[in-house]
Design a protein around this ligand. Structure first.
Ligand code: FAD
Ligand code: NAI
Length: 470
């Protein structure tokens, strides 16, 4: 490392990976700077991802509840209307409070924010808008961008990525979502609740690939009941703005025997392209200094987040693994601790994934599909929310808790929940998995009554056929 480097740790990117790494490194006594090209800190997550999407999910959920569920409680609203501008302004306020929060944390921890575009020009040197800065350790936390759909251009007004879909100033009458993944279903739900007719086109023959298929099937049923239409096994081959809307050509994906069926052309006010995200590793000098990338453009790192170039590390969406904020954060902490010669570590087997629709989907560990494919001998415990008193009082009895345990040892292998507040409920099972608990351990813990968490206890009891309330 160069003697007298400007900083000990220089992080490129201030998303959940980068800013958390910077804070942990500062806590450990390093002199830290973070390069960010955006006007505000917090990366994709705080500016155009997790936070604004959750603000709109919350608002649209309240709107939908006021229009559809309040009456059941005897609350009568004579005249209700939507002020979308206020809803969007609230979202902006939430985002701004969060990004300013990171700015405050940087000041508190003496982290220098180098505003500008960072380009790696030599192993220990980054040029920020052309000005060289040196550091012992450089951390690439550049995140990811929406994957483009070949041949279809986004204008962020009518043909949009998630970024445009978070900022619409009018509720579209109709919306086509391309991709039945997390973004498509969350943002599709937002606009559907606000009044749009939403159709989802998915390449595969199922929604949310990777999620336990029993949960996914039940989830699709719930979303269909809420008004979302699904075209599985279909692809979009053309989308062109036409008048005020978009003309879209949709075709069946060709199967083994059948050729793709007759293409149909439909019109929508807005098309949301949500077919995944790609690592943002290009254009920042990585290839020039010899950093190895995989075929999907992700930075290749070893188990200590080191690239093949000494002094250069990478974390978060720009490397392999689930593209999740909390995964990036764990990696940021682990890397900072490793740089301080501590034992930083991430357990990739216990990273929860949550889809913030209503009801929510929450998963951790192995799916039943994976256990079957691997020939693992497992037991299943399930408990439906219809049998949970609190869920009944809430008027949300859709879904169930599913716990998978090793048949011989009873050790927890995975947990999957479709239901109200599933995202909060899964935390207990993440902890249990992390501690190597058995289903019996979870079943023996006292759970307060009446809470949704009793469904978790009951599912754990059900692993041995001992659930009380079913
Ligand atoms: P990012 O957050 O992408 O941050 C990277 C930052 O680096 C950016 O600000 C970028 O401007 C900056 N940068 C890149 N290159 C340079 C350069 N050369 N110079 C200077 N700056 C640079 N995850 C969840 O866990 N929960 C959710 O609910 C959730 N919701 C999401 C909703 C949407 C609509 C989207 C798009 C994503 C969502 N995600 C969610 C995913 C989550 O946002 C990402 O996993 C997370 O932001 C990754 O963090 P990161 O630090 O790796 O990168
Ligand atoms: P995704 O990977 O979740 O889903 C993409 C979907 O599009 C898949 O079902 C895929 O089969 C389908 N697809 C791919 N190409 C297609 C095509 N040509 N035509 C039709 N369908 C096609 O990706 P998504 O939803 O864009 O989200 C990106 C990332 O952001 C995810 O990896 C996710 O982890 C993260 N994210 C997380 C959230 C959360 O944690 N709640 C919320 C939003 C995003």
């Amino acid at each position: 490392a160069p003697a007298g480097a400007d900083y000990d740790v220089l992080v490129i990117g201030s998303g959940p990976g980068g800013y958390v790494c910077a804070i942990r490194a500062a806590q450990l006594g390093f002199r830290v700077a973070c390069v960010e090209k955006r006007e505000t800190l917090g990366g994709t997550c705080l500016n155009i991802g997790c936070i604004p999407s959750k603000a709109l999910l919350q608002s649209s959920e309240e709107y939908h509840a006021a229009g559809h569920d309040f009456a059941r409680h005897g609350i009568v609203i004579e005249k209700m209307s939507l002020d979308l501008a206020r809803m969007q302004a609230n979202k902006d306020e939430v985002v701004s409070a969060n990004t300013k929060g990171v700015e405050f944390l940087f000041k508190k921890n003496n982290i220098t924010w180098l505003k500008g575009f960072g380009k790696v020009t030599a192993p220990h040197t980054v040029e920020v808008d052309g000005k060289p800065v040196t550091a012992m350790h450089i951390v690439i936390a550049a995140g990811s961008d929406s994957a483009p759909l070949p041949g279809i251009e986004t204008d962020e007004k009518r043909i949009v990525t998630s970024t445009g879909a978070l900022a619409l100033d009018e509720v579209p009458k109709s919306m086509l979502v391309v991709g039945a993944g997390v973004i498509g279903l969350e943002l599709g739900s937002v606009w559907s609740r606000l009044g749009a007719k939403v159709t989802v086109v998915e390449f595969l023959d199922r929604i949310v690939p990777g999620v336990d298929s029993e949960i996914a099937t039940a989830f699709q049923r719930v979303l269909t009941k809420q008004g979302l239409k699904f075209k599985l096994g279909h692809k979009v081959t053309k989308a062109q703005t036409k008048g005020k809307g978009v003309a879209v050509t949709i075709e069946k994906v060709a199967g083994d025997k059948a050729k793709g069926g007759e293409p149909e052309t439909l019109e929508f006010d807005v098309v949301l392209v949500a077919i995944g995200r790609t690592a943002a590793s290009k254009g920042m000098g990585l290839e020039e200094v010899g950093v190895a990338l995989d075929p999907r453009g992700r930075v290749i790192v070893d188990e200590h987040f080191a690239t093949n170039v000494p002094g250069l590390y990478a974390i978060g969406d720009v490397i392999t693994g689930p593209m999740l904020a909390h995964k990036a954060e764990e990696e940021g902490v682990a890397l900072a601790e490793l740089l301080a010669s501590q034992a930083g570590h991430v357990n990739y087997g216990a990273i929860p994934g949550i889809i913030y629709t209503w009801p929510e989907v929450a998963t951790v560990g192995r799916t039943e599909d994976e256990l079957k494919a691997e020939g693992v001998d497992y037991s299943v415990g399930k408990f439906p929310f219809t049998a949970n008193g609190r869920a009944r009082a809430m008027g949300c009895t859709e879904g169930f808790v599913k716990i998978l345990a090793d048949r011989k040892t009873d050790r927890l292998l995975g947990a999957h929940i479709l239901g109200p507040d599933a995202g909060a409920l899964i935390a207990e099972l993440v902890t249990a998995l992390e501690f190597g608990a058995s289903a019996e351990d979870v079943a023996r813990v006292c759970h307060a009554h009446p809470t949704l968490s009793e469904a978790v206890k009951e599912a754990a009891l059900a692993v041995e056929g001992r659930a009380i309330h079913i």
